[in-house]
Write a protein of this length. Structure first.
Lengths: 338, 338, 338
């Protein structure tokens, strides 16, 4: 594509040579001549000097020898352009003869059912959906249109998975919630988990993440929420839409998250915690109480990030503070003696 | 079942209309008319008012318009009733023709060997055991009766798995322990891990959890212990019976846990740590020393939970304490000048 | 083997009866008569008294009734001997007829392609490499010689895996990095991840670990690095050679690690962090800034381990310090009144 064409598609304007042929899309450090890159913020503009790209998407026109596409949201424009230059490859539609398909399964148009896929009774798979090798979908599950289940994903019975959902390799949807009650001899007796998991549209779930089904009712992941690798979501959680849950975060049972929540890496939520809309929780924080106001929280137990950062800075000074207290005490003793 | 019949089966007594037909079992929030629910503790009895269930299992007779089954352990009674109304579904016995079964494999009565299951040489599978699609059991493993291995579980060679064991999808049993020793050039040389894993009866292991085999000897998970998703149990651990290990906890090599231990979510144990019977460790704690006395521990490094909670409450006040020390110093300076 | 022969192979010297027939290799606690064990350090020599081994590899000749092999690096010598007595079992070479092999796949000499393995277009597998059942390797991947992929491993497209690499069961190599950018309505728009993963020679990756492919360019794991179970390595990380990453550690995007780095269990690294050569980070630490000097770090946020340990010791004394400050204040008030 020529730069002018790119600008028109993205809804931006060209500064410089619009007839430039753009051969590829790349990150700033790796971009080569002929390629286009982007600058998310003017403060990084020094990096442009050592960048070999021929064109750059920028938020405002700036001083540079590169051709520019001016666009109010450069990262978003770049993401769209990238998807055109590098669309996610899609295997051919078709049902591999090795796949094991139980009675009552309904397959949509142009599905891809790869080798060694097992579909249980009455499973429904929507149009254009791709199941990579080794995917196992147990009976009664419904999967929407245009979704992709990567290799070796397991979906337990009666799970509902929406449209445009991506489940990465090794994901486990709908395994039993962790529910037991002790008997008179202290043995843990299983509380059968009879609910299900519902994954709404446009959700993406990272590799080897686990989302347990509800004891009763539903564990829900709301529309457009993105979940990273190795995350744990326990039974009966209700994860709101458009949230971000980073790798190795763990959410205990019956937690409720609002929309546009961000849980950073390795965050832990105790059970029955409610997190309000637009709450951001810093990495490794441990949340044991509701966080209802939008804002940034951190620490374990999690509190306002400002307070958390303030005390954190002082922790290395604890030995000094302790010494000072001893010293003050001595001096006071001396004064009192007088 | 009629309420009277339910009470008799559970060993409880009816208060109210014993002829009531109970159509289902449900949690308090979701229960509908005709269904039975339970009240674990009298302190939650206000929740009964908004609950639509027709009957409730209670620890003691109480004021309510619902029919009651009085039982000393309502949660336990409920769990048993739930298992009758919603038994875990079981696939038909039989060996799928796609399964790959090596020489010397012994299959018990009424086993289910699903599509794409691979069994190595001399594997022994007990009666009524179910292997879901994609399960791989390497040579020399023995699996007991009435056990269930969900989809895409991998069991490395020579592992021993008891009766009534449940391994959820993606579990890896018996992978190599993490053992290396540096050579003269600082390269990590593998210490071959020649031991095995032993999982005793009635153990349940959550999705994508990993239990490594021993360097020598055995990694053991004791009878009735329940392990959640994404847990790491390293080589040579000896996990006692009837313990609870919550999601994302990590147990380093050669740890020893007693019976009825509880490790909450994201807990970490350093290697060679011994945890006594009935020790409870709070979420995200880091245990680097033996905890021998029964009780509740928390923090990183983990100490008595009471002490941990006390200092934790003071952390946000550190800036104030620091300021106070400065102020006291100034005032002392002033006095000393005089 | 006779003890004399063992000593010669290992490059050590015999003290005692070199004609002793050594029937096996074992850890000190489990060793039986006729077997050989090792003593890593003289300080553990008391343990020799209760050990039943007939011979022991020691760093220096010592007082014991056991026959000795004196070797400057007993653990290393032991590891080598162990590999001779207990070589890693290797399945027969051959391609199982159930395997699904796409066009353009190149298989080296003596490969083992197990049942239910799926190889995408143009995959290259080197000599002597073993793919266990359920392994899925997507199109364009190259895997070197003498490598082993255990059951149910998934390798996404275009990944490059070296020689003598071991990927344990459930590992996911090359899943999409976690990259999104918000649109005008606050929906997360995917940034297609068009890079790849490169795993160099002699790397071992533990069960269910995830290594994401780069947004652009490469995520790299350097030669000889050993990674434990359930580790997260995000897109564009560059992990140096001969490093150790212990279970459940999580490394966010675009981190750079030097050589001989050690990250202990459950460590978290924020994105864009650089860790210098020979840095050791203690378990559960959270690293949010570069650590450039070799040394030992801990805490969250991570600092010098010495400082971290010092303040950690004082944490339980915070309530006492707080009380003391109050007391000092009162005494000062009294003095000032005078």
């Amino acid at each position: 594509m020529k730069l002018q064409e790119i600008a028109e598609r993205l809804g931006g304007t060209v500064e410089g040579d619009g007839s430039l042929e753009i051969t590829g899309v790349n990150g700033m450090e790796l971009a080569e001549q002929g390629q286009i890159t982007f600058l998310a913020d003017k403060k990084f503009k020094d990096q442009l000097k050592t960048c070999n790209a021929s064109a750059v998407i920028v938020p405002k026109k700036m001083e540079t020898d590169k051709a520019q596409v001016v666009h109010p949201a450069p990262a978003l424009a770049f993401a769209k352009l990238l998807a055109e230059y590098h669309p996610e490859p899609r295997p051919q539609p078709g049902v591999d003869e090795s796949a094991c398909i139980a009675d009552g399964v309904q397959l949509g148009k142009d599905v891809t059912i790869s080798p060694f896929v097992a579909l249980g009774k009455d499973v429904v798979i929507g149009d254009n959906t791709v199941l990579h090798p080794g995917v196992v979908v147990h009976e009664g599950c419904r999967i929407g249109n245009n979704s992709t289940l990567f290799a070796n994903v397991t979906v337990y019975r009666n799970s509902v998975i929406g449209n445009h959902v991506v489940l990465h390799a090794g994901v486990v949807i709908g395994a039993d919630g962790f529910g037991y009650t002790p008997d008179e001899k202290g043995r843990h007796v299983k509380i059968n988990q009879v609910g299900r998991v519902v994954i709404e549209d446009h959700v993406e779930v990272g590799a080897n993440t686990c989302i347990d089904r509800a004891a009763f009712g539903e564990t829900v992941v709301g529309e457009g929420t993105k979940i990273d690798n190795l995350v744990q979501i326990a039974h009966n959680c209700d994860i709101g839409p458009h949230s971000i849950i980073v790798s190795q975060a763990g959410i205990a049972g019956t937690c409720k998250l609002g929309h546009h929540v961000v849980l950073a890496g390795q965050v832990g939520l105790a059970d029955h915690v409610t997190i309000g809309d637009q709450v951001i929780v810093a990495a490794q924080a441990g949340v044991n109480k509701d966080l209802s106001e939008p804002g940034f929280y951190g620490g374990s137990p999690a509190i306002s990030a400002m307070t958390w950062k303030r005390y954190t800075t002082l922790l290395p000074k604890l030995p000094e503070l302790s010494r000072k207290i001893q010293e003050l005490e001595k001096r006071l003793n001396a004064i009192e003696k007088e």
